[in-house]
Write a protein that binds this ligand. Sequence first.
Ligand code: ADP
Length: 378
Amino acid sequence: MSLIKRLRRHLGWKLFLSYLIVILVGMVVLASAAEFVMPGAFERHLAAMAALMDNASQELEQDLFLNFRLALNESLILSALAAFLVAVAVSLFVSRRIVTPVREMMATSQRIAEGHYHERVNVPDELAWDEMDELGRLAVSFNQMAAQLERTEATRRELIGNVAHELRTPLTTIKGSMEGLIDGVLPPDAATFQQVYREADRLQRLVTDLQELSRIEAGAFQLNPHPVPVLRLVEAAVARLGCQFQEKDVELETDVPAGLPPVQVDEDRIGQVLLNLVGNALQYTPQGGQVRVNARQHESEVHISVTDTGIGVAAEHVPFLFTRFYRVDKSRSRAGGGSGIGLTIAKHMVEAHGGRIQAESAGPGKGSTFTFTLPIAT
Ligand code: ADP
């Protein structure tokens, strides 16, 4: 590799070279002054001295001049040597301070790129952000980026694990039923086909939910907000689920005051959120129970609550209800076709409208209330 190429690739060498160039320029200026300016000045001074000293001979004058030149050259060479050594020392020191952290960051980023997401660069703990130089701040930002990457990677792994797990159950059931049919163990009757159909349906819902979740989490969706009367949203949910409430013998009550102002929302998306909450309330409320949908204005927002007298949620589970794939009772939720994604999607949607969603429950068996807020149309 040519010297120039090697110099180009090493920050330490570049720093050293720049110090050397500064010193060389200094030396050239000094040498030119010594060569062109100083002899004239010295000669003039000598001539003035000779005029004063009567017995000063021509030889003495020349000898003095020669010795002056020699002394000057000697000191120039010595100082050049000293300056060179200083340049080496300073550039070694500076490059250790600059090049070493840069190299460390380079090596760490390579290790991260190879999949070692826990790697971090060293940052002196004792320094606060505004006491650090640019390299220190770069190291802190680098570590933040690495931590974010590590979190994203952990989420990705967890997601793949969850999806695989969710797919396995319906697939196992479908495969088992088909094997039973092929072997003649299961009768080819409506009940068997119904079971296969239910599992296929669940798979389809899971895939649709996953697609929706990934679109929402990537922010790849567009809202089309416009003023919507709250009553219309509630009536749409009742129209969709009313029959199922009757079938299960769960009472569905709505309480939407007539004077409530319209909300500024994407009707389809928020309709889906309400449908999800009312659907959950139905799913987790046993026969003979009640579900109540209630809307009230609070300043510039409308709060919509879905309250049920169902199975409720223990306090320790409440904070996790909006986490994807989180289900309090996996077998019960799965039996109802739940994927544990519905509330996550609902939370994203409500927040995309500038609202909040929360869950409350007095405990197992004591029912639950899910409330979300929406902005009033202005
Ligand atoms: P799923 O599709 O499993 O219902 P969700 O995201 O809609 O998924 O809900 C997540 C979990 O929250 C459910 O599995 C259930 O354990 C709990 N949950 C949701 N709504 C209710 C409710 N009304 N009453 C009791 N538990 C509920």
